[in-house]
Design a protein around this ligand. Structure first.
Ligand code: DGL
Length: 266
């Protein structure tokens, strides 16, 4: 049972930033990754639609007998966790809680900024999680939708990217936040630009590594960490445009994707 795979899904390639951290933290685990490239972006869609997509994605992963499901998409995590937990029998981990927890431990002046897609910010999921841990924290949040296409286009350090980041983030600087949560799978690739715009005094939180730590902790507590000695054979699926998924995805993963397969349920 221990050597069953870990299932991870995202709306597209972005969740591969979480897979990258999983490779580091859990090198023995086999991963089944699903990118719902046929229906991306989730960030502009309604919670009802995203819930439906998330359940379908989870059902696809369950066919591989996964031992845990990681919702690597912030938009899906901020809208669909309750439904997913009710729907599946294995543990489900989202990206909001680990990111919120990390931000609360890092802030010194109790002023945290959160950026994400329209739907993530509108859901107030980060605000709820942070306030749950520490009600006295002041939270400012804002959608930064243009960051997603910039990252997919590979414009990670262009002048235009700096200008857009400056426009989105100036109000956070004025507010004097000392911690900024990157509440979207794509934003870690803009960490340099965002860091430069915000200045050295602001800590940038990317939940990907906290998620990997959380998955490790859950599997360990359940006695479900893989003890396989074989190099794991990961599988990558996309619901559409598999070649594009591979090309863009390699940037997110930081290594080669030798093969991706088409998931046909959409
Ligand atoms: N994966 C989404 C997220 O983390 C970003 C892309 C999308 O809008 O689907 O919120």
């Amino acid at each position: 049972m221990k050597n069953r795979p870990i299932g991870i899904f995202d709306s597209g390639v972005g969740g591969l930033t979480v897979v990258k951290q999983m490779f580091k933290k859990l090198p023995n685990e086999k991963i089944i990754y699903l990118g719902d490239t046929a229906r991306v972006p989730y960030g502009t869609k309604s919670p009802e639609t995203i819930k439906r997509f998330s359940i379908e994605n989870a059902d696809f992963l369950l066919k591989f007998n996964v031992k845990i499901i990681v919702v690597a998409c912030n938009t899906a995590s901020s809208t669909s966790m309750e439904e997913l937990i009710k729907h599946v029998r294995v543990p489900v981990v989202g990206v909001i809680k680990p990111g919120a927890r990390k931000a609360v431990t890092v802030t010194r002046n109790n002023r945290i900024g959160v950026i994400g897609t329209y739907t993530t910010i509108k859901s107030k999921a980060y605000v709820r999680e942070i306030k749950n841990i520490s009600p006295k924290i002041d939270i400012m949040s804002k959608p930064c939708p243009l960051f997603v296409p910039l990252v997919e286009e590979g414009w990670l350090r262009e002048k235009a990217t700096f200008a857009i980041a400056e426009k989105y983030l100036a109000s956070f600087r004025r507010k004097g936040i000392d911690t900024l949560v990157l509440g979207c799978t794509h934003y870690p690739l803009l960490k340099q630009v965002i860091g430069k715009v915000m200045g050295k005094s602001v800590k940038i939180i990317d939940s990907a590594s906290s998620v990997a730590e959380e998955v490790h902790a859950i599997l360990m507590s359940m006695g479900e960490l893989s003890d396989s000695k074989k190099k794991p054979h990961h599988r990558f699926f996309a619901t559409d445009a598999v070649e594009h998924f591979v090309r863009v995805g390699e940037r997110f993963l930081g290594t080669k994707i030798h093969r991706a397969e088409r998931a046909n349920y959409v």
